[in-house]
Write a protein that binds this ligand. Structure first.
Ligand code: KG4
Ligand code: ZN
Length: 342
């Protein structure tokens, strides 16, 4: 490949509580991936405080970008284009990344490519799987989204199922808070569940009328909260490991059953997962074995590429760049940006 064909994306991600920058070559080769997490800061408050997140992004964004370039052994002059998450997410947090990306692109006369955060999560699958190309089914499970998506082409999506209420990650976070495991709940529940019995407590599995691929987690969340309150009132002790394992099992079952069913029904033999909850140990194990049984090839990014990072934004930005997507200096943060919108 001549150097002319090499596309180096400097990618920036600041939609929630991680300030991240990465350099990605040709969409799949990660030359650097720097993540500055604010989790410790927000843990004090039991969740992400938007105003604090924005301020922290402003502090961290320049050092993180400098580090990403350094790790890649590059300067801004070597970069082909700037990719940045412009939605969905916290508006003040997104704006820090968007303003930074615009400033760099303008000063260095580089193309600017805005990226949908969820398109980024899905694209994380391309990084470690050189053979993976659309079409395939993807289960997107993050703190804000629970979607079953058919990835028809790069950047082309059909959403076939979504949550009617809480996102999967949100349910993890709320249950973790209620049992005193703290923020962020997903990894805490995942860990606590290791020593627990997933069948110790029977929680409801919600069926959603109308669409077999839609999800609902609010009933499950209420059932867990009721169990906790009941125990408090009657003085029974709750075995946190059992509760965590039983709750996790209910979520994992709902997610994996629908995902595998969708792949079969729509006739795809490849299923990928994406988003922070995709790093969940039990979900990965169950999907691995269910897919094997069904003859479906299962793709999952390494955990560090499941939770928020900029490498995934670089992967998505590359395919958008190749399709000709360019944003102008009027690019704005769009907190409720829909998947597939521009
Ligand atoms: O994708 P992500 O990093 O940020 C968003 O775009 O929302 O996802 C964060 C969510 C949080 O709700 C967090 O609790 C959850 O992903 N999460 C997990 C695990 N690691 C992160 N949920 C279950 N198990 C995990 N191991
Ligand atoms: Zn995310």
């Amino acid at each position: 490949m001549s150097s002319h064909d090499e596309v180096f994306i400097l990618a920036i991600e600041s939609s929630c509580d991680e300030t991240a920058a990465a350099v990605v070559k040709n969409g799949r080769q990660v030359l650097s991936n720097v993540i500055s997490s604010q989790i410790d800061l927000h843990t004090l408050f039991g969740g992400v405080v938007p105003e604090i997140a924005s301020r922290k992004h402003i502090e961290k964004i320049n050092p993180v970008i400098t580090q990403a370039l350094k790790d890649a052994g590059m300067t801004l002059d070597d970069i082909t284009a700037i990719g940045v998450t412009y939605g969905p997410g916290l508006v003040g947090a997104l704006l820090v990344g968007v303003a930074e990306a615009k400033a760099i692109a303008y000063a260095k006369k580089k193309p600017l490519v805005g990226v949908h955060h969820i398109e980024g999560h899905i694209s994380a699958n391309y990084i470690e799987n050189p053979d993976l190309e659309p079409p395939f089914v993807c289960l997107v499970v993050s703190g804000g989204h629970t979607h079953l998506v058919i990835v028809k082409d790069y950047g082309v999506f059909e959403i076939i199922g979504r949550t009617r209420d809480d996102a999967a990650g949100e349910a993890f976070d709320k249950v973790a808070r209620a049992v005193g495991l703290g923020y962020p709940g997903g990894p805490k529940i995942d860990q606590a569940a290791h020593g627990g019995n997933p069948h110790a407590l029977e929680f409801p599995r919600a069926k959603v009328a109308g669409n077999p691929y839609d999800f609902s987690f609010s009933g499950l969340k209420s059932a867990v909260l009721n169990t906790i309150n009941h125990a408090k009132m009657t003085g029974e002790t709750i075995v946190v490991a059992d509760l965590a394992a039983s709750f996790q099992n209910a979520v994992v079952e709902a997610l994996s059953d629908r995902a595998v069913h969708a792949a079969k029904e729509y006739g795809y033999d490849r299923l990928a997962i994406a988003g922070g909850v995709a790093s969940n140990t039990a979900l990965r194990e169950r999907l691995q074995s269910e897919c094997k049984k069904a003859g479906i090839r299962f793709y999952r990014p390494s955990p560090i590429l499941c939770t928020d990072n900029a490498a995934m934004i670089g992967a998505a930005a590359y395919y958008e760049y190749q399709k000709g997507t360019r944003h102008g200096w009027d690019l704005n943060a769009i907190p409720n940006l829909k998947l597939g919108e521009r």
